[in-house]
Design a protein around this ligand. Structure first.
Ligand SMILES: [Zn+2]
Ligand SMILES: [Zn+2]
Length: 399
């Protein structure tokens, strides 16, 4: 585990530690082990049909319910059907809709920053996939983010009894299909739904293409779109989250959206929000926030301390160090102006910055060129700051 993981603290839960809680992980671990039981029960046609049906129904419960409705309000529905969506989502045993939506809203707020509980960039594949759920600090959301839904008593009821829907389905499967019904129909489908969901947080921030410059690592990936019924168009989604669809074009397979269209036809849901034309055309210039986010990532790959040390070694005994100490003694701005005029050859070259940018951001975009320039400025500034500070200290020591 990295130092960063051990020290992890969310601002709102300073007192919690972030160690992996093996005890809480037991049910998840045992469910995986219990799959071995299929060796004895075998596959019956009934059990396989139950598995397929429960996979599709519950992935839909998560994607259409927990994700596009409770987290992003991508469409509207009645209070009754809202309850149905919450119940269906809860049958997947991924905790309650309020917890899920609050964590997910945090993910969109802090995507691939250290505060993002499941960023593979910061915590690696396994922790982004499932480990974060069993780390207390990272799995505790700010519940103020979901006040729009926590005001409904029936939603709070599901949240309190979050295991009830999933376990009822298990009992039902056993009654219909016996042990094979339980292990293949219920258990196998539950685990497949888990990994379909988890993959979006882990692999879909690692592998695939980017259409939009988002400053994070979200990717569009057709294979994950098939497995997760449309969620694999994750770069689209991070660029414009508040929609009923994640596949923005007809060729981007998004069965969750097609099913929502069906529900709209029979009047159960309405006001399905669409991405605007300007988004589809990808014409909107990136915001300063996105440029800064990219630039910070690029600059973080180079140590300002090391560059400073290299420059000082290079200039040792030369007039530059003497001049700098002289300026630093009188005025900070004079020293800054002096450094702005001279070359700092130990700063990374444009090519080095570009290489780091392209390794992480899978996109050709003019915004990325701006981010590279900005990263260069950021590094130049922080190196200058260090040089002046050190020159000042030395001046004082000599005085
Ligand atoms: Zn994401
Ligand atoms: Zn989302």
């Amino acid at each position: 585990m990295s130092e960063k993981t051990k020290r992890f603290r969310f601002p709102q839960n300073q007192h919690m530690d972030d160690h992996f809680n093996w005890w809480n992980f037991m049910p998840m671990g045992l469910m995986h082990v219990a799959l071995i039981g299929i060796w004895w029960t075998g596959f019956t046609w009934t059990a396989v049909a139950m598995c397929v049906f429960l996979y599709v129904a519950r992935v839909f419960g998560i994607t259409a319910g927990y994700h596009r409705y409770f987290s992003h309000r991508g469409y509207k529905t009645s209070r009754t059907f809202q309850f149905v969506l919450a119940f269906l989502g809860a049958t997947a045993l991924q905790k309650g809709p309020l917890w899920w939506a609050a964590k997910h809203r945090e993910h969109h707020r802090d995507t691939d920053e250290p505060e993002d509980a499941h960023s593979p960039r910061h915590y690696g594949f396994l922790d982004a996939h499932v480990g974060w759920v069993y780390r207390e600090a990272r799995s505790s959301p700010d519940m103020d983010l979901v006040k729009d839904f926590s005001k409904y008593p029936e939603i709070r009821w599901i949240e309190r009894h979050q295991y009830l829907p999933g376990l009822s389905v298990a009992v039902l499967c056993f009654l219909i299909g016996g042990w094979s019904g339980l292990l293949v129909g219920w258990l196998l489908s539950t685990i497949l739904v888990y990994h379909a969901t988890f993959t979006i947080n882990s692999l879909d921030h690692m592998f695939g293409r980017q259409r939009y410059l988002t400053g994070d690592d979200s990717r569009n990936n057709w294979l994950m779109a098939i497995l997760s019924m449309g969620e694999g168009w994750h770069n689209n989604h991070h660029y414009y989250p508040a929609t009923a669809r994640n596949g923005f074009f007809w060729w981007e397979f998004d069965p969750t959206y097609y099913m929502l269209l069906g529900l709209e036809k029979i009047g159960l849901v309405w006001n399905l929000r669409q991405p605007p034309k300007s988004i589809l055309a990808n014409e909107k210039p990136p915001t300063q926030k996105i440029i800064d986010k990219c630039a910070t990532y690029i600059a973080d790959g180079f140590s300002a301390d090391r560059i400073t040390a290299n420059l000082r070694a290079r200039w040792e005994g030369s007039h530059i160090m003497e001049d700098l100490r002289g300026h630093a003694r009188t005025k900070w701005s004079a020293a800054e102006a002096y450094l702005a005029e001279i070359e700092l050859p130990d700063l990374p070259s444009a090519d080095e910055l570009k290489a780091r940018a392209q390794k992480q951001f899978k996109i050709q975009h003019e915004g990325l060129d701006r981010a590279i320039e900005r990263a260069h400025d950021m590094l130049r500034r922080s190196v200058s700051h260090r040089l002046i500070e050190q020159a000042r200290e030395e001046r004082q020591q000599h005085a």
